[in-house]
Design a protein around this ligand. Sequence first.
Ligand code: ADP
Ligand code: MG
Length: 257
Amino acid sequence: MSEQRSNESRVAQLPILTVRNLSVRYRSLLALDSINLSIQPGQLIGVFGPNGAGKSTLIKAMLGLVPLESGSVCYQNQPLTQQLDRVAYIPQRSQIDWTFPATAWDVVMMGRVRKSGYFNRFSATSRRLAMEALERVGIADLRNRRIGQLSGGQQQRVFLARALAQEADLFFLDEPFVGVDQKTEDVLFSCFRELVGQGKTVMVVNHDLGESITQFDRLLLLNRQLIAEGTHQHVLTPETMAKAYGGHVSFFTGRVA
Ligand code: ADP
Ligand code: MG
C-alpha cells in the first residue's frame, strides 16, 4: 500500500513535456541557446523576458513552426510535432490578420476542424462545444460579428474560445494580455486555472512584469538562454533580473517584436 502510494507520487511528478538542448538560429543570430525544460502536467507557466529574448521563438520552436538548430521537444515521450492535435496555440496579436472576413463563430469553429475532418460537416458535438466555449468566455452574443469589428479584449476571448473548443491538452498563448481590458484578463486567468485544474498544461508568454506574475505556478525567465525557472520568489531576484534585463527592469505593456 505505502509502496503503491509512493509509486503514485513518483508518477505524478514525472514531467509531461520535455525540452532538451533546444537551439534556434535565424541566420547569424542565435535566438535560443540550449534550452532545457521539464514541465509537469497541471501547471500554469509564465514565460518572461525582454523584447527579443526569444519567447515567441521558444513557442514556435516547440511547435515545429521554425527550424531547430538542435534539440528535441517531447510530450509524453513522443515528439510534440507528431501530436499537434493535442495543442492549442494563440499567436501574438501582430501575427493575426484582423481583416480576414470571418465571424467570431467561424474562428471558434476553426478549432474543431482537426476533430471533424477537413471535408466533413461540423457535428452537433462540435457546434455545442463551440457555443459552450463562447459562453464560457462571455461573448456568445457577439458570435455573428466579424472579428475585425471586435475590441482587442473581445478578439482575444474569441481566440481563447477557439482554444477551449479544440479540447487540447497543451495550451500555448503568446502575449494574450496585450491590448485587453481587465474583464478579459480575469476571464483568461479563470480559464487557465480551470484548465490546469483538469490536469492540462498552459504556457503563457508575457513580457509585462506586473502584479499578475504571482498568478503563475511557475515562471521561466528567458533571454536567449533560460536564466531562471521556478516560483516567482525564486525567479524574481535582483541577480536573475539583472541577467535577463541587463540591469534595468521594464514594467511596461506594449507591442513586441
Ligand atoms: P520575443 O518574443 O521574446 O520578443 P522573438 O522570439 O520574437 O522574441 O525574437 C527573438 C530574436 O529573433 C529577436 O532578435 C528577433 O528580432 C529575431 N527574430 C525573430 N523572428 C525572426 C525571423 N523570422 N527571422 C530573423 N530573425 C528573427
Ligand atoms: Mg514575442
